[in-house]
Every structure is written in C-alpha cells, then in structure tokens.
Write a protein that binds this ligand. Structure first.
Ligand code: NAP
Length: 336
C-alpha cells in the first residue's frame, strides 16, 4: 500500500521530509502540501512532488479524502492545532518536535489520542533512530551495568540573534531530554541549571553556555553542557558511566588524516548532516505504521513528558542552581 501524505509547513525540514518520502523511502507519496506562505508550498510541489495538491490551510489538507496521513512541520506554535485536527480525523500524524509549545498543549493531544483509543501520533525525536544511540542503548543494557551518571554536551557553532536563553531548552536540550529518558528507561525528578561566565560570542538576550543537571527516578545524575556559540562545530557528546564500565556515543564517520604534522578528524558544522540517516529511518517507521492506520516510535506521552521537563528546566534557569522538581503524572495505558 502507498500511504498518501500531506505536509503542513514546507520550510526547511518539511521540504526535506517531502524529498525523502518522494525519493528515498518506500511506501509513501506526497499528495498534498500547505504552508502559510503559499509560494513555499508551490515551490516544493514544483521541485519535489509535481502531482501534489496545494491547500490553503492545514485543516483543509487534513480533511481531504485524498490524504491518508499527515506530516506537521510548521512552526512549533502551530503544531497542536494540526495534530488535534489529525487525531479528530483519525489520520496518523508525524509531528516534528515540539509536540506543542506548552505542557498543557501536549497534554490536550495525549487526552485526545487516549480518547481516540489508538496510537495516531509519532513525535519527531529522531535520535532514537540514530545508529549510534541505538548501539549505545544496547551497550548500556548488556555491558556497562546499571547507569550511575551521564555526561553529555550539545554544541552548535552559532545561533541567530533571535535565539534567546529559554530556547537552549525548548529547541536544543529537548533532544537530550527525550533521548535520555529512552536510553535509560527512566523518568526525571529534578532539574538544575548552572551558568558559567557568558561566552564572548554570545549576545544580549542569550546566556551561553549553560549546564543542565537532571536527576532521574532511579538516581542517575545527567549533566548536559549546552554551548550554542562554541564556534568550532556541531558536536554531540554522550558518555554513560555504569557500575561495570563506560559507554560512549560513537563519533560520526570521518576520514582520519595525517597532514602537516597533525593527526586530524573533521568535525561536522551543520546539524542537518549529523542525524541525516536517522531522519530516513524514523520516517520509514512512520510510513510502515501509517499503512496500518496507526503510529509507532516516540509517542504523544513522550512529547508531553519532554514538555513537562522543558518547563522545569526553563524555571530552573532563574533559580541560581537550585533544583526544580519535575512531576511525573500517571501514564495512560495506551502508552504502556
Ligand atoms: P522553517 O524553515 O521556518 O519552516 C516552517 C514553515 O512553516 C515555514 O514555511 C512557515 O511559513 C510555515 N508555517 C508557519 N506557520 C504555519 C501555519 N500556521 N500553517 C502552515 N505553515 C506554517 O522551520 P523548520 O526549521 O523547517 O522547522 C519546522 C519545525 O521542525 C519546528 O518545530 C522545528 O523545531 C522542527 N525541526 C526539527 C528538527 C529535528 O532535528 N527534529 C530539525 C529542524 C526543525 P513561512 O514560509 O511564512 O516562514
């Protein structure tokens, strides 16, 4: 079966996901496009999906009988309305992170999906599909013994002026928040944020870098350095310290060179290159489940818990290193 897909939001990632469905993956076809900027949807139709219909609104696209499943890749603030509409229409929906920009919004999605009685939503936490993280999870399960600590870093070379302090949590740390819950099979109980001196390349409304310390229900302490003006590259680091040993996320493949009396490995500079293969695997998983009228992978519950944790981390940014409690409400049976 070919799943007929509609894409809402045809900016950077919407266009890229449309390309992979049309040219890389099996079992899907882009039949519909929508964007507040109609010219953007028209351009994706011209370049990638010539048979697709362009809809004036996301709601019309979702309601169309020619659409079996939906990709929500618009701005974060608009995700909730489209995901709720897709659930109401009974259509599988892949939603880029964040599921919603508030925990209350994500909870409304959870409640709607629970009411619908089946999984319809996959959240775009693609790191769970990254071969390195999958291997790390296996190493933690079989070799390191029970985890005690995680040391991690999320470094970007630079960010635009519009990127402000809370975005280090909502836009950047959100990936670590999700992937460590999955990696450790654990939930968070508290968050602290520590600010070293501000880096010279940061700007007025951004305190960069910052260190977030998360504690889990099983007593694991995770420290994550977020440094989004690190200048040298896009660098994701993760080391799990267990009872019997240590496991480290592999570096992306790079040719090692001996040049000019130096031993060198190039470091990536663009986030798009770092997880490119995992986007393919996550969307193939979406297409496979959507063909059965359902969804798999990261759930609305995962999106909700990520939002709850993000809110606590943002609150902790103003607490001068004090711990902020992270609630964990009862998980509905649908997500067991
Ligand atoms: P982008 O390039 O700005 O694209 C977003 C598109 O959505 C733009 O074309 C925008 O219109 C359009 N849009 C805004 N409001 C809309 C609405 N109400 N209905 C329909 N379209 C609307 O942003 P992006 O980088 O693709 O990011 C999109 C989402 O993906 C964000 O939530 C982001 O966090 C997420 N993302 C995830 C990853 C990941 O690693 N998983 C990576 C990148 C992005 P205009 O043309 O007017 O701007």
């Amino acid at each position: 079966m070919t799943v007929r897909i509609g894409v809402i939001g045809t900016g950077a990632i919407g266009r890229d996901h449309a390309r992979r469905i049309q040219t890389v993956l099996a079992g899907g076809e882009i039949v519909a496009l929508s964007d507040v900027n109609r010219a953007s949807a028209e351009a994706v139709r011209a370049d990638i999906a010539p048979k697709a219909e362009v809809f004036a609104t996301g709601e019309e696209l979702i309601a169309s009988a020619s659409v079996d499943a939906v990709l929500v890749t618009s701005w974060g603030t608009t995700h909730e309305q489209y995901v709720l509409a897709a659930i109401a229409a009974g259509k599988p929906c892949f939603c880029e992170k964040p599921l919603a920009t508030t925990a209350e919004g994500a909870r409304r999605i959870v409640d709607a999906e629970v009411k619908a009685g089946r999984r319809l939503v996959q959240v775009g936490f693609m790191r769970r599909y990254d071969a390195g993280y999958v291997a790390l999870k296996e190493a933690v399960k079989t070799h390191t013994g029970a985890p005690i600590m995680v040391h991690a870093a999320h470094r970007n070379p630079t960010v635009p002026e519009a990127y402000i302090t809370p975005m280090a949590i909502h836009d950047t740390l959100i990936h670590e928040i999700d992937v460590f819950r999955w990696l450790l099979d654990d939930d968070y109980v508290s968050a602290r944020v520590i600010f070293p001196r501000k880096a010279a390349r940061s700007h007025g409304r951004l305190r960069d870098p910052q260190i977030v310390v998360l504690e889990t229900a099983k007593g694991v302490v995770i420290d994550v350095e977020i440094f989004v003006n690190c200048h040298y590259g896009y660098d994701i680091q993760c080391e799990v310290v267990g009872e019997d040993g240590i496991a480290r996320l592999p570096e992306p493949m790079a040719i090692q060179m001996r040049l000019g009396a130096k031993l060198q490995n190039a470091i990536l500079t663009d986030w798009k290159d770092r997880f490119v293969a995992s986007y393919d695997v996550e969307l193939q998983d979406f297409l496979k489940a959507a063909a059965q009228g359902t969804a798999s992978g990261p759930t609305s519950w995962d999106g909700y818990m990520a939002a709850v944790t993000s809110d606590a981390c943002v609150a902790a940014q103003d607490k001068a290193g004090e711990a902020v409690a992270i609630p964990h409400p009862a998980r509905p049976a649908l997500y067991a």
